[in-house]
Unconditional design. Structure first.
Length: 216
């Protein structure tokens, strides 16, 4: 959980130091070698779908003109502290917030409970991967091509199901940047925590370095 004040400070720092906040979807063409990205490109993603994103983060994204991807698990929409459908529709229409799937129930997809048959496990994966995509497509009318793994965990069965359902990008919580050869369904993300200082935040952005010498 990051406070609105800290988030504003981070966005301001990115803007003042020449970072390019791009949409997650822009990575697909880059990974395919079809387009270049500017140096110092970053993507902002937020998981789960708490209403605080709409009330606190969304106004700041609008203020700075920076896009973000909000990964929601659909059982949480309109429940408890979750964002509701009207709020999601407003953000999706803005063009700044890309609402994508974070599963249906936030089940850990790699856990295979004792007594669950392989057929039941495959059906559970289908429910967690296809159903939220179909619901978000129906209610928001936006392409659903990206996925955030609950708890950042995936295995071969999960990757296979994502492929069958035509997802193009998926994100973990393994820290680090993503090079041009990154696996599109296992993209790295660096988590930002509420107790981090601005110096901590800046340090998390240092994920690459120049090597070798420039030849004349």
């Amino acid at each position: 959980t990051v406070s609105a004040a800290a988030f504003a400070e981070q966005l301001d720092w990115l803007q003042r130091h020449g970072y390019h906040v791009i949409k997650l979807a822009d990575l697909r063409a880059w990974l395919d070698g079809q387009r270049a990205l500017p140096l110092k490109s970053v993507v902002i993603t937020v998981d789960d779908g708490y209403a605080s994103f709409y009330h606190q983060a969304y106004p700041l994204l609008k203020q700075y003109g920076m896009p973000a991807t909000l990964f929601v698990y659909t059982d949480f929409i309109g429940a408890g502290d979750g964002v509701d459908w009207l709020e999601l529709q407003e953000m999706a229409r803005s063009g700044l917030v890309d609402v994508q799937s974070h599963s249906r129930s936030h089940r850990n997809l790699i856990e295979h409970p004792a007594g669950e048959s392989e057929a039941a496990y495959q059906q559970a994966l289908l429910n967690e991967i296809k159903l939220p995509r179909d619901l978000l497509t129906q209610r928001l009318g936006t392409p659903q091509t990206q996925y955030a793994y609950p708890y950042g965990d995936a295995n071969d069965a999960v990757l296979a199901m994502l492929g069958k359902q035509n997802y193009q990008l998926a994100v973990t919580v393994n820290a680090g940047g993503n090079a041009f050869y990154a696996q599109a369904l296992m993209l790295r993300r660096t988590m930002i925590f509420g107790d981090m200082s601005l110096e901590d935040f800046k340090a998390r952005l240092q994920i690459s370095r120049l090597t070798g010498a420039h030849m004349p």
